[in-house]
Design a binder for this molecule. Sequence first.
Ligand code: ADP
Ligand code: ZN
Length: 186
Amino acid sequence: NHGYIEAVIGPMYSGKSEELIRRLKRAKIAKQNVIVFKPQIDDRYSKDDVVSHSGDSINAIPISNSSDIYKFIDNKTQVVGIDEVQFFDVEIVDVAVDLADKGIRVIAAGLDMDFKGEPFGPTPRLLAMAEFVDKIQAICSVCGQPATRSQRLINGEPAKYDDPIIQVGAVESYEARCRKCHVVCK
Ligand code: ADP
Ligand code: ZN
């Protein structure tokens, strides 16, 4: 019995975490042996849960390297969930492939593009190697059309292309936007 890789991708607020949690909870109902990982850096809301913006959650193990996954799985593991996959090192794809080869169902959720609209970290490689890819949309907060991009705002204004990742004293926020309403000032 071989496993496979499922990727759930899209912009912020598109429901990636919601969809990941939904699939993992159904696997649990089917009495599958499920384990969930997320990158250590992401600790919005809760330290060891995957939490969606709508409030749904599932317990997850924060890890800092993709190879840490091997410390937590065993030959009973049937389903591995990974949230915020874009923040992992590119080796996360090799780990996902290896787990799928070993018979595990791997479900990975994450951003396909960064706030500039460019491919994000390991995600493009993951998409190329996954059996199943679901690209989902949010609602554009400007025009209401399907949103495929994440708009970064600094003090309410569109972030510039080379704005630093962390700006002291600035209020950073994100919203979902469509191609037309997404702004990146060079
Ligand atoms: P993601 O993991 O993709 O960031 P979540 O699963 O955490 O998304 O959150 C999805 C939820 O976010 C939606 O069900 C909805 O309640 C909420 N939400 C907030 N803003 C938006 C938006 N602009 N478009 C769609 N959903 C939104
Ligand atoms: Zn729009």
